[in-house]
Design a protein around this ligand. Structure first.
Ligand code: CUA
Length: 332
């Protein structure tokens, strides 16, 4: 037993350390959104109250042990003032503390649930096995596993699912919200600091639940508007012969059956829209940084990265793949 335990522990510790530098571990306690700040405050207050209660109980226990050692009363059943301690510490104090916590939590819950009166932008989220579709309906922008929001503004999310129940959660920004097929739920964000945040699916949804993530790019207002304006444009036209060949490979192969690249004949709506894929921070449910090597590996052998993913392996020759990569890398 011991022999098995040691290597298991070593592996567990090594596993924690293996995470690449760029792979942030999102913590609700490292909050950068007003919603998540409320959740973090709630956590600390609850923890503080529990720790305070625990400290009192331990202190009384210690006093009782030492006093009973020092002197033993002649009649152990005689009341020497113990009843008032029980009434005060066992009934009055818990009622006061728990009522206070209840009111505090109910106010937080209400504040977290109430959507803003007016939002700077509305985003529609659709959960798919195992990726997130992200739409800005007013601007007709579509992206995948990439949520771009302005800092310091209220952003309204309308969330649903295409297949099973998922849960949309950026732990540093706001509480989680279920994505339910046939129903639209809503939540809102108010991000306080520009940066790149990681979001996850927080409801078990099948084989690749753990690899159904998204990246949040929180940008200052001006940069956000510029991004939005760029994202409304159709795909950039290929310029070099290799890029042209790559576009041809894309539109004439199975890629176009599932994926859309706006401005080309590829109009599949089963998988992520790839119109501006090269400008996204990550691919494959935010599992791989967007770069040539990862794109190539993902296209040729998606099952290696995400076993069970609905994307079939690419059947391309070497030159076809290189041209396709030239083209995809140009789609900024
Ligand atoms: Cu989607 Cu878990």
């Amino acid at each position: 037993m011991k022999r098995a335990l040691v290597p298991a522990l070593v592996l567990a510790v090594a596993g924690c350390r293996e995470a690449p530098e760029d792979r942030q571990t999102p913590s609700t306690l490292d909050a950068h959104g007003t919603g998540a700040q409320r959740v973090a405050t709630e956590m600390w207050v609850q923890f503080g109250a529990a720790a305070f209660g625990f400290a009192i109980v331990v202190a009384f226990l210690a006093v009782a042990v030492f006093r009973s050692r020092r002197k033993r009363p002649a009649d152990p059943l005689a009341d020497t003032g113990g009843v008032s301690w029980v009434v005060l510490g066992g009934i009055v104090l818990p009622i006061v503390v728990l009522t206070g916590l209840f009111v505090f939590s109910a106010r937080n819950l209400s504040a977290l649930t109430k959507p803003p009166k007016a939002s700077a932008v509305e985003v529609q989220i659709t959960g798919h096995r195992w990726w997130w579709e992200v739409r800005y309906p007013e601007q007709r922008v579509v992206t995948a596993n990439q949520v771009v929001v302005p800092v310091g503004q209220d952003v309204l999310f309308r969330i649903t699912s295409d297949d099973v129940i998922h849960s949309f959660w950026a732990p540093q920004l706001q509480r989680k919200m279920d994505a339910i097929p046939g129903t639209v739920t809503s939540t809102w964000w108010h991000v306080t600091k520009p940066g790149l945040y990681r979001g996850v699916c927080s409801e078990f949804c099948g084989l690749e639940h753990g690899r159904m993530q998204f990246m949040v790019q929180a940008l200052p207002e001006g940069e956000f508007r510029a991004w939005l304006a760029g994202a409304t444009l159709p795909a950039r036209k290929p310029t070099t012969p290799s890029e042209k060949r790559g576009e041809e490979v894309f539109t004439t192969s199975t890629c176009a059956v599932c994926h859309t690249i706006r401005g080309t004949p590829a109009g599949g709506d089963f998988a992520p829209d790839l119109t501006h894929i090269a400008s996204r921070p990550a691919i494959a449910g935010a599992q791989l940084p967007t770069n040539r090597g990862n794109l190539g590996g993902w296209i040729m052998d998606p099952q290696h990265v995400k076993p069970g993913a609905l994307m079939p392996p690419g059947k391309l020759t070497g030159p076809e793949l290189q041209s396709l990569l030239d083209y995809l890398e140009s789609l900024r």
